[in-house]
Design a protein around this ligand. Structure first.
Ligand code: SF4
Length: 452
């Protein structure tokens, strides 16, 4: 789940090394901090040795991510010595200081100004900021052809396994005009796919009471549906991530059927047993969810659904787990991720009775993944022989590595096109799917369609 990026650039003047850990939302934070620093004339450098100071953007979502973040801070201290820490784990300053007392400054998530101030304090900016060195879309850690678009911070839910609301606070949506302007800038700069991210995408605007804002002089409500519709009018693929299963999600399915936004929903269901969902403080009506999924597929037959689940949540019985497998069987989801429940420090779920022994959690996790593998493999096999548009993400010695509209970068499957080394990253081409396994596809380039 968590991934890291190290930024590279030419070096001169005050030089910053940047380590970015965690989810796409943290990645967007990193991009914004780096854009700000670059606009002030700092150079961003690829090695500890070249840097005058290192910023580590941490993740604190699960214990493994906390460990990875603490290790990264330790490495930066050993190799460089001057380290500023920011990001989700930053809200647990004592824990960081206990392991690494020599860190210069610790700031929490979404605290750009505080990070930049700390950098100013320990490494003053150069006098002549090279503002013109910053591209109009800012500094991106993703390849040029796709970009994450963060629409809000925080979350109003209180799922008992999650500490994000205590780390990042309640939902704060960005005004829709600002989000759409950023999206437009990205598309003008060559971005061909916008990945909409937040903690809770479908709640967008609820904190602003769906206030009307302006985009290019046109009134637009700060609301999930209107945002999806406006993004859909731009010349880019639009993919919705982290969609909480509210009833109003149904409204965007026709936009997918019309081809305005991608027929793709990343919607974490987490479980299917009503009493486990209740213990998680998640919406609990599974038969209703199954009926909605059926309806969505009637409206938009090629809808791809990705979801995540937790196995071995406190109190989960064999029957609950069987119910979850039964749900997967009926829902026929395309892509599924699953975690064995791990008690995150500070999460309410830790106080729940009925902790599931580790070996049973692992066994259920393995069973669920094996069960879903067959479903995913069958769904992908049904695409063999089809003609599909793919985007090229990478060109390697053997050929091109691409993605269909039904797959998000980093988390979903890929399409391998043997020998297509003449293609360029970001190209969109037509292919015929030849082969599939439970995750990826193999294809050859399609002949152009005859014009009438
Ligand atoms: S909706 Fe997501 S971010 Fe919000 S509390 Fe639940 S799991 Fe955490």
């Amino acid at each position: 789940m968590p991934f890291s990026h190290r930024f590279s650039a030419m070096t001169q003047s005050s030089r910053i090394g940047f380590i970015s850990l965690g989810c796409p939302k943290a990645l967007v934070d990193s991009e914004q901090i780096m854009t700000k620093l670059r606009s002030e004339g700092y150079d961003l450098v690829p090695t500890y040795r070249d840097a005058d100071l290192v910023v580590v953007n941490t993740c604190g979502f699960i214990d493994a991510a906390v460990e990875e973040s603490l290790d990264a801070i330790g490495e930066a201290l050993r190799e460089n010595g001057k380290v500023i820490v920011t990001g989700c784990l930053g809200s647990r300053e004592e824990e960081i200081r206990a392991r690494h007392p020599q860190v210069l400054k610790i700031t929490g998530a979404h605290a750009y100004e505080a990070v930049v101030e700390a950098v100013h304090e320990h490494l003053p900016p150069a006098h002549d900021p090279f503002i013109d060195l910053v591209p109009p879309e800012g500094i991106k850690l993703t390849p040029r052809h796709y970009a994450y678009l963060k629409i809000s911070e925080g979350c109003n839910h209180r799922c008992t396994f999650c500490i994000i609301p205590s780390l990042r606070g309640d939902l704060v949506s960005r005004p829709v005009g600002e989000v759409l302007q950023e999206a437009e800038r990205l598309v003008t700069a060559g971005v061909k796919e916008l990945l909409v991210v937040s903690q809770d995408t479908s709640a967008y605007g609820v904190d602003r009471r769906y206030r009307t804002d302006f985009w290019n002089g046109r009134p637009v409500k700060t609301r999930f549906y209107e945002l999806a519709q406006a993004l859909g009018s731009m010349d880019a693929w639009v993919r919705l991530h982290y969609v909480y299963p509210y009833p109003h999600v149904d409204e965007v399915i026709p936009l997918m059927a019309e081809g305005l936004i991608l027929p793709y929903l990343d919607i974490p269901f987490q479980h299917a047993s009503e009493h486990i969902l209740k213990a998680m403080k998640r919406p609990g009506d599974t038969s209703n969810i199954l009926a909605r999924i059926r309806k969505w597929r009637e409206i938009c037959p090629d809808l791809t659904i990705r979801s995540t689940f937790i196995a071995g949540f406190p109190g989960e019985t064999d029957e609950d787990f069987e119910e979850l497998l039964d749900f997967l069987d009926q829902a026929q989801l395309d892509r599924v991720g699953c975690f064995a429940y791990s008690p995150v420090e500070g999460a309410k779920a830790n106080e729940l009775p009925g902790a599931v022994p580790e070996e049973i959690k692992q066994e259920r996790l393995a069973r669920l993944m094996a069960f879903q593998e067959d479903i995913s493999a069958a769904r992908l096999a049904s695409r063999v022989g089809q003609r599909e548009t793919v985007v090229i993400d990478e060109v390697v010695e053997e050929g091109a590595v691409a993605r269909t509209r039904y797959d998000a970068p980093d988390i979903d499957g890929q399409v391998f096109i043997d020998g297509a080394t003449h293609l360029k990253v970001g190209d969109r081409v037509e292919v015929i799917i030849e082969e599939a396994d439970e995750h990826d596809l193999w294809a050859h380039l399609a002949e152009p369609l005859a014009t009438p």
